[in-house]
Write a protein that binds this ligand. Structure first.
Ligand code: B12
Ligand code: SF4
Length: 447
């Protein structure tokens, strides 16, 4: 008998989409959402599974065959998810929505779905699939899994490897115990952290066989004890890895040493601002701008490159902040500086504060992508913030800025070249996304 067809879709957003998007293949690694959901499908629910990432390929919802559609939704892709959902539901195909945006604002999503999954899906997803098979799909699924995630290893074969820079993408933890005002993680999942048993993570990496891997964990050092255990277990594998941490790693020589010995080659750290007052406002008091240059040196001494992320549009900033921050990033030797515009994702304390003050300009979620200014800044216009952010990108990724970084970078020359040139391309394409009103119903118009 023919198995029912389960289709999973990651909808496109203005910046992240096949054709015309800004994330070239050089910046795309395989997200773990579908490999994780695929591995969670219970054996007693036989399905033919098809996964589509609209960031890498185009789909036609009018003709796509499906018996059940599931979509993963981040805020920037919510309008497209709702648009697709309307087409599938008109065709009589039930739609399930899950992911960060659905967890942050479930009321926003319910009218567009037959079922929504809030939070982690390790328990809810198998339950939902069994309900669906029994013809008893519910509207709300919200069961939280235990803090030790003993789920089966992700099935990376469900997405086409060739469409990504790499599929050597892993996850050891989920969540973060800090509470930065703007961050989606504490708002969506609470200040909870889930851990995969270290031996499961190691087994997954061994089985994959990749020697250069990426961890997507939001803060790998959320638990020092777990991080030390993981780093010690990674060491014998002889791999190189890239991941995310906070600046606090530099304050802990034992942890930093274990991290370096485990093969860490690069860390993405949210530096956010060079202004201590802005950091205090965003509840990130453990970042110390006066110590950022020392952070770079401490990491470089261990052959670890730093991808340092800054946000603009914070209260108290003036138009000089853009050049000042970009110059600071180049002079401090940050290997890959990144700039975003502070984004009040719905459901976060930042959104609530700005909304209360009447400073949210619109709820056009498609523009909640970290590169559009969707709120009224203090002392600048939204356009000044967007243009200033673009200037910061261009300044940091000028040829001289790139050359200076590449000379000092602890990573290999080809890698430093590829990453710098990919971000240079990003910097020089950003303007297209500001001048264009990205029309969902008007594909092909922009840019
Ligand atoms: C890979 C990734 C990307 C990829 C692709 C994302 C995508 N889906 O489009 C790229 C590089 C394109 C990207 C871009 C951005 N991203 Co991003 N990204 C990630 C990252 C690092 C990993 C995702 C992942 O693999 N997670 C592991 C899987 C297993 O977890 P999960 O996706 O949450 O899925 C679980 C549950 O949520 C649930 N679930 C999720 N979807 C579904 C769907 C169904 C049907 C069901 C049943 C369950 C379910 O089940 C899973 C198992 O429990 C996450 C952080 C993270 N660690 O999660 C951020 C994250 C998703 N990104 C985020 C942000 C802010 C951005 C950017 C704005 C950053 C920027 N300034 O450029 C852009 C936006 C681009 C756009 N579309 O406009 C935020 C989400 C914000 C929000 N409100 O939606 C996150 C959470 C990081 C953070 N804390 O800020 N990102
Ligand atoms: S440290 Fe990072 S992941 Fe943790 S709450 Fe702050 S911004 Fe979010």
């Amino acid at each position: 008998m023919k198995k029912p067809r389960l289709v999973l879709i990651s909808p496109k957003g203005p910046l992240y989409r096949h054709r015309g998007g800004i994330f070239g293949r050089g910046l795309r690694y395989m997200p773990q959402t579908f490999p994780t959901l695929a591995a969670l499908i219970p054996e007693d629910v036989p399905v033919e599974l098809c996964c589509y990432d609209e960031g890498t390929e185009s789909i036609n919802p009018e003709t796509l065959e499906a018996d059940l559609v599931g979509m993963t939704v981040i805020t920037g892709s919510a309008p497209r998810a709702y648009e697709l959902a309307a087409v599938f539901r008109r065709r009589g195909i039930p739609v399930v929505l899950g992911g960060p945006h659905i967890t942050l604002v479930p009321d926003d999503a319910r009218p567009h779905a037959d079922a929504i999954v809030q939070g982690l899906a390790e328990v809810s997803w198998p339950k939902l699939l069994r309900d669906w098979q029994a013809g008893n799909l519910q509207m709300d699924y919200h069961e939280q899994p235990p803090h030790t995630l003993r789920s089966p290893p992700p099935d990376r074969s469900v997405l086409p490897r060739r469409k990504y820079l790499t599929d050597a993408v892993f996850e050891a933890t989920r969540g973060c115990h800090h509470s930065c005002e703007f961050c989606v993680s504490p708002a969506a999942w609470g200040r909870n952290v889930w851990f995969k048993p270290v031996e499961h993570v190691i087994e997954d990496i061994r089985r994959h066989g990749g020697k250069r891997i990426i961890f997507v964990d939001l803060n790998l050092i959320s638990s020092r004890t777990y991080a030390l255990e993981l780093f010690h277990a990674l060491q014998p594998l002889g791999i190189k890895w890239f991941g995310l941490s906070t600046s606090r790693i530099a304050e802990d020589p034992e942890l930093l040493d274990a991290c370096a010995r485990s093969g860490c080659s690069g860390l993405l750290v949210g530096l956010e601002s060079i202004d201590p007052a802005a950091l205090k406002d965003m509840n990130k008091p453990f970042n110390h701008p006066e110590a950022y240059a020392e952070l770079v040196q401490a990491l470089h001494r261990k052959n670890i490159a730093l991808q340092g992320c800054f946000v603009f549009g914070n209260d108290g900033e003036s138009p000089e902040v853009f050049e000042k921050t970009a110059r600071f990033a180049v002079e401090a030797g940050i290997d890959l500086p990144r700039f975003a515009i502070s984004t009040p994702f719905p459901g976060t304390p930042l959104f609530q504060r700005l909304d209360k003050a009447g400073r949210i300009l619109h709820r056009d979620w498609g523009k909640y992508d970290g590169q559009h200014c969707v709120f009224q800044p203090l002392g600048m216009t939204p356009m000044e913030v967007e243009q200033g952010s673009e200037r910061a990108w261009k300044l940091a990724y000028s040829f001289s800025g790139c050359a200076r970084r590449i000379r000092r970078s602890p990573v290999s020359l080809p890698l430093a070249l590829v990453t710098n040139l990919s971000y240079r391309r990003y910097a020089h394409h950003l303007h297209k996304f500001y001048t264009c009103d990205w029309g969902l119903a008007r594909p092909g118009l922009c840019p």
